[in-house]
Design a protein around this ligand. Structure first.
Ligand SMILES: [Zn+2]
Length: 421
């Protein structure tokens, strides 16, 4: 135990008193652990602390004026503080003001101006001065694993998985969204994931000196889908593009995406009844329906040429894309088309072509998606990618194997957390 000398102890008490208001009394233990008589400290100028939030459409000058500090020269402050732009502070930002008892205005303000920077402002005789303080973040890798339960939902499974406590709820949802991105070409998380499937994810999280935790990125994953193991190891392209390869060094990228809507945009609980909601009878359904909010962006599953973009009967607003000599895709019930999407336009894989709606024969917003080969609709759910992905370039093969070995070692770690280098 560290012994605290008497003057230090009094200073500590004074600080506590200043923080909590005037005239507070504290009972404290002496360094020998014995209870001593409560000391009464009367602070001459207790400091009141209060927080205020920048409202939508409000300027910093307005907020500070409201708090009796309309004398801040924001232009001078912006020049003095690097990376601080007073007109770029987001609404919702919280300012903590400190004001001495009996004074009409605050004398100090603390505000978080960036995820890694705090600004301290102080009133001086020559106006307001400011300094910044860096907030350190450290990166940790961790393992997140579980089994898909009877509901068949990977989003449900994350709340029960080990590693669950390592991320706030919103960040766990983002982790699943990022995992779906990794498997964008091989697994449709809405339909392919089944009860009993297992997942093990090596990911990174960031922790600030203030104790905040954020999901960072997926490093590696292993999903056993219907008994089929699908491994993914991150090995980004030299230009920084995110890339994942399997255990044989084959890219997870393919000619077609498994689904035209990002998994993070799919509504849970969307009814997949084959009973047509308007026509009220079961009709041959030639496609797959994705429930998503009105206006959710729709991606072309592959590169190709738009052959139709316009109204077409029960399809409502329809986009059709030809990808090669035999394969076309259709996207129906759209609320609108993305800019430049018209017959003859070229599209890249993943490019936004339109937005979810309920045009044509649809009662609720959803995307009706068809994959057609040789002019006939095929079931895209059953159609697994035919061709393997591109291999790691020969010149980078050794680097990939080294990185894969490192990721496997991290993943196999019994402990949930490891500190990154
Ligand atoms: Zn449909």
């Amino acid at each position: 135990m560290k012994l605290i000398s008497k003057p230090e102890r009094n200073a500590l008490l004074l600080t506590l008193t200043l923080l909590s208001g005037a005239g507070a009394t504290f009972a404290y233990r002496s360094s020998t652990g014995l209870r001593v008589a409560p000391a009464v400290v009367v602070a001459s100028a207790p400091i009141l602390q209060y927080a205020d939030t920048l409202k939508r459409g409000e300027t910093l000058a307005q907020l500070f004026y409201r708090r009796g500090a309309g004398d801040v020269n924001w232009g001078a402050l912006a020049n003095a503080v690097r990376n601080f732009n007073p007109s770029r502070v987001n609404s919702g930002t919280v300012f903590t003001f400190a004001q001495r008892h009996g004074e009409p205005a605050p004398h100090a303000v603390v505000v978080r101006v960036a995820y890694d920077m705090r600004m301290h402002m102080e009133r001086t005789t020559g106006g307001w001065a400011a300094r910044t303080e860096r907030i350190a973040w450290r990166t940790e890798s961790f393992v997140f694993s579980g089994v898909i339960r009877a509901s068949g939902s990977i989003s449900d499974a994350i709340t029960e998985s080990t590693g669950n406590e390592l991320l706030p709820r919103q960040d766990r949802i983002e982790l699943v969204g990022s995992l779906a991105d990794v498997y964008d070409w091989t697994l449709d998380f809405t339909r392919d994931i089944q009860p009993g499937d297992q997942f093990r994810v090596l990911a990174e999280r960031m922790i600030s000196a203030d104790g905040e935790v954020r999901f960072s990125r997926v490093l590696a994953a292993e999903i056993v889908n219907a008994g089929r193991p699908l491994a993914a190891y991150r090995f980004d392209a030299p230009d920084g593009r995110q890339e994942f390869f399997d255990e044989n060094g084959r890219s997870l990228r393919r000619e077609f995406l498994r689904a035209p809507i990002e998994f993070r945009r799919i509504s849970s609980g969307f009814s997949r009844s084959r009973m047509h909601p308007i026509l009220r009878y079961r009709r041959a359904h030639l496609g797959v329906d994705f429930g998503a909010a009105y206006g959710a962006p729709i991606r072309s599953v592959g590169r190709g040429t738009v052959t139709h973009a316009g109204r077409q009967g029960g399809y409502g607003n329809l986009v059709e894309i030809r990808h090669n000599g035999t394969t076309t895709t259709r996207y129906a019930h759209l609320s609108g088309y993305a800019r430049g999407i018209r017959a003859g336009a070229h599209v890249e894989q993943g490019e936004i072509i339109g937005y979810v709606g309920a045009s044509g024969l649809a009662t609720a917003p959803h995307l009706h998606y068809e994959l057609r080969v040789g002019g006939r609709a095929v079931n895209p759910v059953r159609r697994q990618p035919m061709t393997p992905g591109q291999p790691v370039p020969a010149g980078r093969r050794d680097d990939f194997e080294r990185e894969r070995g490192r990721l496997i070692e991290l993943m196999a770690a019994q402990q949930g957390i490891r500190i990154a280098d």
